[in-house]
Design a protein around this ligand. Structure first.
Ligand code: PLP
Length: 378
């Protein structure tokens, strides 16, 4: 029988048939007018999905989310610059590593499992360390903790620091308003809530970030904004331009997927992610399963859930018909599992996933019932 397991991990996610069909089309020349249109359109749509200003600069580059992180930092940090990393887990730690490799003097704030540092702690850290750059992980996929990006961006601006948001597990699912919140670089990867197979890094940079980058010499050719800026500008003006071959089929698929996001509408999409997450949270409560994030910090794009007594890390493999993820944070890797709920996730997916988990635990349906009630209450 065909593999009909539902992919409910925090990326890659389930992709829509028309997005996958775009992947399978005949590969065009990167200079073909039809591709020029797709790339130009994908760039314009990226700006809209990020709710970024019309003078912000989108970049769509072949690579994963980690490349997007590396690229943002490479273009904004000079040797010896102070940088503050708001640490909510594994991916924040990766950002701190990248900052250090590009020569920043890195200070981290937070770092407690399942927690996010308070605004007071962040202000104190900024005053003590005087960073030129603050990085924050919107949703740390290792912990399911969501940070208050709006407040952190405001605090950073008040102290004249640029703000880089790792939105790999948020853009297209969690509320992120790049322009209104004053975020300088927001970045993500195609395979998470953008709903496109893995392989594209997507960044949107504010005019302030572009100005900072302009004054910098980047010690990498592929990561240098200056190499890619003429490419992005040309395609948006519907002209071809070669620097390095774009991932033609992936860009075509991204354009289809972003078109679907915008057709749903970003506000409707945020609301749907909230509803699906609420239904999952109702189920976890009814099943008396404890979440890894502290109350009030749980993301809408995934759940990180502790195994109940007597259940170990072999559990996700025993859940039938649904693919789940194990733990990732080094402090608790073997103690919890993760369920991704981003992208086209529907009420049916929620109920199917909760039901599969309950059956594997030998439960009788309290979770499904609670998820139902939550979905009906909307
Ligand atoms: C997935 C993820 C990354 C890394 O993305 P890759 O595409 O795996 O390189 C970085 N940050 C966050 C928050 C993520 O969820």
């Amino acid at each position: 029988m065909a593999d009909r397991r539902l992919l409910m991990i925090p990326g890659p996610i389930e992709f829509e048939p028309d997005v996958l069909a775009a992947m399978g089309e005949r590969t065009r020349s990167h200079l073909d007018p039809a591709f020029v249109e797709q790339f130009g359109s994908a760039l314009e749509r990226s700006r809209k999905v990020f709710l970024a200003s019309s003078d912000s600069q989108p970049f769509v580059i072949a690579g994963s989310g980690t490349l997007a992180m590396d690229m943002a930092i490479a273009n904004l940090v000079s040797e010896g610059d102070a940088a503050l990393c708001v640490d909510t887990g594994y991916f924040s730690a990766r950002m701190a590593d990248i900052l250090g490799r590009w020569g920043a003097r890195v200070q981290s704030v937070g770092g407690r499992l399942g927690e996010a540092p308070s605004t007071d702690e962040i202000v104190a850290a900024i005053k003590a360390h005087r960073p030129k750059l603050v990085t924050v992980t919107h949703v740390d996929t290792s912990t399911g903790v969501r940070t208050d990006v709006e407040s952190i961006a405001r605090i950073a601006r008040e102290h004249e620091a640029l703000v880089v948001v790792d939105g790999v597990c948020s853009v297209g699912g969690e509320v992120l308003r790049q322009e209104a919140w004053g975020v300088d670089v927001a970045l993500t990867a195609s395979q998470k809530a953008l709903g496109t197979p893995p392989g594209l890094a997507v960044l949107v940079a504010s005019p302030r970030a572009m100005a900072r980058a302009k004054s910098k010499k980047v010690a990498s050719v592929y990561l240098d904004f200056a190499q890619w800026l003429p490419v992005m500008e040309a395609y948006e003006a519907r002209k071809p331009f070669y620097f390095a071959t774009p991932a033609v089929n992936l860009v075509a698929a991204l354009d289809v997927s972003l078109g679907k996001l915008l057709a749903e509408g970003m506000e409707a999409r945020f609301a749907r992610h909230q509803q699906m997450a609420d239904a999952f949270r109702a189920a976890w409560r009814a099943m008396e399963l404890k979440l890894l994030p502290r109350e009030g910090l749980a993301a809408n794009t995934l759940s990180a859930v502790y195994y109940p007594e007597g259940v170990d890390l072999t559990f996700p493999a025993r859940v039938q018909g649904v693919v789940l993820a194990g733990g990732l944070h080094p402090e608790a890797r073997t103690k919890y599992f993760r369920v991704g709920h981003m992208g086209a996730v529907s009420p049916n997916d929620v109920v199917a996933t909760v039901s599969a988990i309950e059956r594997a635990l030998g439960r009788r349906g309290e979770g499904v019932s609670a998820a139902h009630a939550s979905l009906l209450a909307k």
